[in-house]
Write a protein that binds this ligand. Sequence first.
Ligand code: PEP
Length: 251
Amino acid sequence: MTRKLVAGNWKMNLSLPEGIALAKEVEAQLLANPTGDVQVVLGVPFSHLTAISHALEGEVAVSAQDCSANESGAFTGEVSAMMVASTGAEYVILGHSERREYHGEENALLAEKVNMALEHGLKVIYCCGEVLSERENNQQFEVVGDQILEGLFHLSKEQMKEVVIAYEPVWAIGTGVTASSEQAQEMHAFIRSLLQKQYGVIAAENTSILYGGSCKPANAQELFSEKDVDGGLIGGASLKANDFVAIINSF
Ligand code: PEP
């Protein structure tokens, strides 16, 4: 079983035709040069999920960037986990710092979203990470520990098999400032130690822990060479096929 996974997060970018073209280009490059054991995922806007899921040949999986904590009903503008799953998407990104910051999403709500996603057969990419002031005050382990405990640790060992964790220091997202590979490794090892305490060695060893935050072709290899860094959640650089594939090929 591989832990290696690279996921793109397109955020709110690209028209549908542009998105289809980019997804197909990424997949064509990967088919021409197979990555072996790296799972590749594209996190696309809700409006693009169905068309991109159908345009792809199965080499690349598709992810939503959020889903509702509710099953169905009067929640105008929301998209449920069942709806996401019905498009052919296999993953959902939950708890991205932009959702936490702009939509006030807290760990308790995210725990409900995680439950809903898993109930509908989606795999979850659960994001965590401290803001700059928290790191400056050396609170990063406490913050990330709470995000994981409160958002995920109600799950059973079986359910945790469907969860990928993405450590994304908020000060590194979209800023061009990357965490050093030592900082990433230190936090990833901490997260794995939490998993080990809660779920045991095997579950901890089998969980993919991704790094996210200004990851690009120039720094991916160094980050991915760390023992506990199993891949990346890639924002800006996932919008260019060549850059994204170069990151995937950094393993
Ligand atoms: C992200 O938004 O998840 C992200 C990591 O963005 P970027 O790579 O652009 O920093």
